[in-house]
Design a protein around this ligand. Structure first.
Ligand code: PLP
Length: 345
């Protein structure tokens, strides 16, 4: 079966990174976890490294492997999940920096890999990952003797600039780390936009580079085109797809395109989203199925070879809103069956 074309504009991605970098006076890293938010971490990390990005972040050691292969031996690769049981060998071989998040991890790391670089993750109120105040107080002096490369925490509400949680977490982070004499990092994309109090020594943007909110000025990075496999004419009253959820109110022309929820095109956009033929919208009709989607192209003058689901007129955030989710989920769901094409515009 023909597969969709996922076009990734690396120039736009690099330009978004530079724009985020220009908003701060500190160093800017790059988060390339989850296969660089679905786009392909090998190519994305290589392009960023080529532009001079020196610090990368991934979620797991296995993700670190792919990034290490593409950025070479010199770059710092930090692992958010820290040093988990079974990770020791890979951390050593790939020279990864685990962001230790508990006393258990700290102990494991110092016993298994004494002298190997590490960072520290602190919890400042999100209650997801990192050492809390009391834990940190108990081990801070031992940890600091081993010179962590980075101390970080993560903001829970940074995409809402007026949320009181931002200032609260900033205050906690300061109290936990002021005077430590080690580079500090608090902000992802949202935190960068909160202003310089939140920047510290290093920022860790992900979504903004990939063209998503809350970075409003982001250039779109992703273009998704699905091939038309079959076209048919319906008479008024005929129905389309599983559950007969759409019925033709007039004589209609229906295009069936290759792609479905197995490719990360979430089912909740059924009967709601639009596809685009250039600048002309055409409605998605019926339910999204596993590998196929049906589109009403009655109003098009020609039969297209491809229809676009993600394009400058329908961004990942537009589609997310239609489907009741966030741009992050649309991106990271982009399936493995697409043919990924990287372009420099
Ligand atoms: C995913 C993640 C980031 C990047 O967040 P964006 O909102 O995509 O910029 C930064 N830090 C941590 C700890 C993360 O989990």
């Amino acid at each position: 079966m023909a597969t969709g074309r996922l076009t990734i504009d690396l120039s736009a991605l690099l330009s978004n990174w530079r724009s985020l970098d220009a908003m701060t006076a500190c160093e800017t890293g790059a988060v390339v976890k989850a296969n660089a938010y679905g786009l392909g971490s090998g190519r994305v990390a290589a392009a960023l490294a080529g532009m001079g990005v020196a610090k990368f972040f991934v979620a797991t050691v296995e993700e670190g492997r792919r990034v290490r292969e593409s950025v070479g031996p010199e770059k710092d690769i930090h692992v958010f999940s820290g040093h988990m049981q079974g990770d020791t060998e890979a951390i050593l071989q790939l020279n990864l920096i685990p962001m230790l998040n508990s006393v258990d991890q700290l102990t494991r790391h110092f016993e298994a890999l004494p002298g190997h670089p590490f960072g520290i993750q602190l919890d400042t109120g999100m209650n997801r990952l990192g050492m809390e105040w009391a834990e940190w107080a108990a081990v801070a002096s031992i940890a600091m003797q081993q010179r962590p490369r980075l101390i970080m925490s993560h903001l829970a509400c940074a995409d809402e600039p007026d949320h009181p949680m931002n200032e609260y977490q900033l205050g906690v982070f300061r109290k936990m780390t002021d005077g430590v004499g080690v580079p500090r990092s608090l902000s992802a994309t949202g935190g960068i936009l909160l202003g310089k109090d939140y920047h510290f020594d290093l920022t860790r943007p992900g979504i903004g580079m990939y063209g998503g909110m809350p970075f409003e000025q982001a250039k779109p990075v992703v273009h998704l085109d699905l091939p038309v496999i079959q076209v048919r004419d319906l008479t008024e009253g005929e129905v389309v797809g599983y559950g007969n959820s759409w019925q033709a109110k007039r004589a209609s022309r229906i295009a069936t395109v290759s792609g479905g929820y197995a490719d990360g095109i979430i089912r909740s956009i059924s009967n709601r989203a639009k596809f685009w033929h250039g600048s002309t919208p055409v409605p998605l009709v019926g339910r999204v199925s596993m590998d196929l989607i049906t589109v009403d192209i009655t109003d098009l003058e020609e039969t297209p070879d491809y229809l676009s689901l993600l394009c400058p007129t329908q961004t990942v955030d537009d589609l997310a809103e239609i489907g009741g989710t966030i741009g992050y989920e649309i991106l990271t769901s982009l399936g493995g069956r697409y043919q990924r094409r990287f372009i420099a515009s």
